[in-house]
Design a binder for this molecule. Structure first.
Ligand SMILES: [Zn+2]
Length: 338
């Protein structure tokens, strides 16, 4: 079979890879219905996080169970399933409190940009849909594997509640789905921070009530202006840079919360500033598994359509163009079909 392999900066190849096999009785093999490229795939793609050797890519996936190991009991071949980028047992103390991305037995899944993939800890990791979905529902179900679950975690970690004012830093796919999540959680006002017209439009479609185009200190000043000088109750940080993190913390009101889900690159916090800011900080790799059942239900019943975030669909063999389009910001997010 052929799949995506990253060789170095801006060098993704679609080439022969080993067909995955059941290695442990707790594994499952799934036939990928759709996969995609993550904003976090762009860090190694751009060489900011160098790969030591040619590395298979992809951690967002959904598909049909092809084969299960002898110990797997909760899913069976033929079912349509979705899993997270961290495989988890869903039984350890960390999983039990809803932090499956800190599972004591977690395994990073990173071979999804291929026709077949092995999923470890299948019972704990994979959640099946009520039936095999129609084609048009697949993009939305795919987002639950990471990007939508991460946007949802950002909103949850920022303590979004009915009626509150939310600001979202970052207009990538996660930020946009953070807007959708905040809307779904009943936020009263949602301020999207974006300088790109097409992304602003999608943010409004997902529920943003205001758009702020300024960033850094000017962005903070605009948020303060829009909130009677106080700051937002809940701020979602969906980028991972120093500027974005400071923009998020400084845009939050005293007593408010920052949910941060952008993978930090060079972010450092000043203790004094943090002390006097009086904000709650919570974030990290999203425990997507916790939200899968509820989010599958929302998609299945047509209540949310996060698949709109894909503005480019390519056959898997054109994966290199998919990375280029996202790197050059010609695409928000690329969906790949094997
Ligand atoms: Zn666990």
């Amino acid at each position: 079979m052929r799949g995506a392999v990253l060789y170095g900066p801006r060098d993704v190849r679609f080439e022969e890879r080993d067909v995955p096999k059941i290695n442990k009785p707790t594994d499952a093999i799934i036939r990928i219905s759709a996969t995609c490229i993550c904003g976090s795939d762009l860090w190694p793609y751009r060489g900011i996080q160098p790969v030591p050797e040619p590395t298979p890519m992809g951690h967002e996936y959904c598909g049909i169970v092809e084969e299960i190991g002898s110990a797997v009991t909760s899913i069976k071949p033929g079912q349509f399933v979705i899993g997270s980028f961290f495989a988890s047992d869903n039984t350890c103390p960390n999983c039990q409190v809803g932090y499956q991305s800190s599972c004591q037995n977690r395994e990073l899944v990173s071979t999804a940009q291929a026709p077949l993939m092995r999923v470890p800890l299948a019972d704990g990791t994979l959640v099946s849909t009520p039936d095999v979905p129609s084609e048009n529902m697949i993009p939305s179900l795919l987002t639950l594997s990471d990007v939508m679950g991460t946007g949802w975690f950002a909103a949850d970690a920022a303590n979004v509640k009915p009626g509150v004012t939310v600001a979202v830093v970052g207009d990538g796919a996660v930020g946009l789905l953070g807007v959708l999540s905040a809307r779904q959680m009943g936020a009263g006002r949602i301020i999207a921070m974006s300088r790109h017209v097409t992304r602003q439009k999608l943010a409004r479609e997902f529920g943003a009530t205001d758009v702020v185009t300024e960033r850094g200190d000017e962005g903070v000043a605009r948020i303060k202006e829009l909130t009677s000088g106080i700051g937002a109750d809940a701020v979602l940080e969906c980028v991972g840079t120093q500027e974005a993190m400071m923009q998020a913390i400084r845009s939050t009101r005293p007593g408010g919360s920052v949910g941060y889900v952008g993978v930090p690159h060079g972010v450092e916090l000043n203790g004094q500033e943090l002390f006097f800011a009086h904000v709650h900080l919570h974030g990290g790799p999203a425990p997507v598994r916790r939200y899968l059942p509820a989010l599958i239900d929302l998609v299945w019943n047509g209540r949310i359509n996060p698949g709109k975030v894909f503005d480019l669909t390519l056959p898997l063999d054109q994966v290199a163009e998919g990375y280029r389009a996202m790197d050059e910001r010609r695409a928000i997010k690329t969906l790949l079909r094997p």
